[in-house]
Design a protein around this ligand. Sequence first.
Ligand code: SAM
Length: 237
Amino acid sequence: MNAQQLSTRLMRVAAHVPVNSVVADIGSDHAYLPCYLVLNGKARRAIAGEVVKGPYESARSQVKQEQLEDRIEVRLASGLDVVYAEDGVTAVTIAGMGGPLIRSILDAGPERLIGVERLILQPNVHAKAIREWAETNSWAISEEEILKENDKIYEILVLEPSKKPVRFSPAEFLMGPELMKQFSEVFQEKWQRECSQWKKIVHAMETTVETPEIIEKKQELLEKIKLVEEVLHGENT
Ligand code: SAM
């Protein structure tokens, strides 16, 4: 992977960035995504934000190598702390982290999102945490995508501010309202994999001593299995 040739996962994230955006890429080790966005006319300017010194240095050298220092600023700080009102950021990308970490980044800087028109988020796991944040903070899901690369399955969520309240059902929180409608093969594979994993855990729990925590965890897993199987069998419409 390099700034001209991204992984499929990052290419799909890039595809959701509107043309002529001012982008803040949070967690931007190597700055491949902002470089690609600027080189391909998606971003007129970009900020690459990194909290760890090593990746921050890699991002700086990448931007220098591409001779994009006049259009991409690499900043060392946590999450949205790299974004200032005067930057005029219109789109934020956060990719390759867990859903709860992405949610905590969004939670930590609501004032930094004023003026932002689109969030393009790619959680590696637990996308539900982002949908919970979206409902609480009135960001609607405009698009969702699911893809498989090197046998790993990734979700991409595109959020836009909503004037109306945003509400999801329990199945939509877990599986994604747009992904449920698309009902793609990758989506079905992801949830079949998850269900069989959960069933194995439930099975293992049946042979262990029942503590209140085990009983609660088992109940939680059984409810998730039921929810997911209803969607997979078309019973949750
Ligand atoms: N976004 C790239 C991608 O999708 O390929 C890099 C993903 S890498 C697994 C996650 C990066 O996020 C790491 O470089 C890490 O240092 C950075 N990171 C983690 N927490 C962060 C935070 N709170 N603020 C900024 N960067 C963060």
